[in-house]
Design a protein around this ligand. Structure first.
Ligand code: UFG
Length: 323
């Protein structure tokens, strides 16, 4: 297949691009490089430097590439920032995404796969979380993704543009070429690794009084390559709708820190602090629908292996993608 990947220079987008190329597909990456890295884009891909806010640019890129499928990763992802500057999130994650959808319809794209999030559930009551759980986001980031999922539903109904929205839980790990390099970094695993590298003095645990066995938040960490596999299956499938993607296992913040300690063999000073606003105590995915309908079979079922892949990438790229 020929596939256009919007946001293919970001963390999950670049890993997915590499996976698609490794599986014999042709990829055009469209990215504004606002947060992504040019060096993250696989040399086998065609790179188009463009911003989805420029409707003519994405239209031209799709007209030139004529892809069968589009994967849409291009979005802002910082939950905290979305609560201080919601307009930035609705403009980029909704309005700019609409330019991509309009162009996809005009250019006759068959299928779009959309990068959604467990944040659409807000504070879920059912664990593990099925797709039937009410979607009640507690931050503007999650709301922006939910609005876009609903827009996709209308484009399917009115224009026949088939879509799959993939609701990721906590993406983690690295491929041989691509890893996580955000600036500033806010995600737990890379932050703990920065402490292991001596680039931060300590890990701060946000909240130690949650109703969980060790008092810290529980998350479902899923390897980026397993996410990438689901994107390809979704492109190949006729299934329309939203699917959770997680490992189905939960790990507390303390368990993550212990795993990084075991993988790196480094000392990791820890301090406990107040809860971070908007953090649900426990997010664990029920991904049985993705397994059943898409034929998804995640390969990394163990946090140690996920953390180990991230650590190996960091050792090869101590400054991330910066020269
Ligand atoms: N945490 C710490 N200390 C840190 C960083 C994080 O204790 O320095 C804790 C958080 O409070 C949370 C857990 O580690 O309990 C995981 O935090 P992350 O920031 O790594 O990930 P989140 O679960 O908050 O968010 C992730 C994605 C979001 C997405 C969300 C959906 O980053 O984009 O999952 O569940 F919206």
């Amino acid at each position: 297949m020929k596939i256009l990947v919007a946001g293919g220079a970001g963390y999950i987008g670049s890993c997915c691009t590499e996976y698609l190329l490794d599986h014999g597909h042709e990829v055009v990456v469209f990215d504004a490089l606002l947060n992504g890295h040019r060096a993250a884009v696989d040399e086998r891909a065609t790179f188009v430097h463009g911003n989805l806010q420029d409707a003519a640019a994405i239209d031209a890129a799709l007209a030139a590439a004529r892809p069968e499928g589009v994967i849409h990763f291009a979005a802002f992802i910082e939950v905290g920032e979305s609560m201080t500057d919601p307009g930035k999130y609705f403009r980029n994650n909704v309005s700019c995404g609409l330019n991509l959808l309009e162009a996809a319809v005009r250019q006759g794209v068959r299928k779009i796969v959309f990068s959604s999030t467990a944040a659409v559930y807000g504070m879920p009551q059912t664990i593990p979380i099925p797709e039937s759980e009410p979607t009640l986001p507690v931050n503007a980031y999650g709301e922006s993704k939910l609005i876009f999922e609903r827009i996709l539903g209308w484009y399917e109904r009115i224009h026949g543009l088939r879509y799959t929205a993939l609701r990721y839980f906590n993406a983690a790990g690295a491929t041989v070429r691509c890893g996580e390099d955000h600036n500033p970094e806010s995600h737990l695993i890379p932050i703990v690794m920065q402490v292991a590298e001596g680039r931060r003095p300590q890990v701060t645990i946000y909240g130690h009084d949650y109703p969980t066995p060790d008092g810290t938040c529980i998350r479902d960490y899923i390897h980026v390559l397993d996410l990438a596999q689901a994107h390809l299956l979704a492109l190949e499938s006729d299934a329309v709708g939203c699917f959770n993607l997680g490992s189905g296992s939960g790990h507390s913040v303390r368990a993550v820190i212990d795993t990084v300690r075991a993988v790196t063999g480094r000392d990791l000073p820890v301090v406990e602090a107040a809860r971070r606003a908007g953090d649900p105590p426990r997010l664990i995915s029920d991904s049985s629908a993705a397994r059943r309908v898409l034929g998804w079979a995640p390969r990394f079922d163990d946090l140690h292996a996920i953390v180990d892949s991230a650590w190996q990438w960091r050792q090869k790229h101590p400054h991330g993608y910066a020269r």
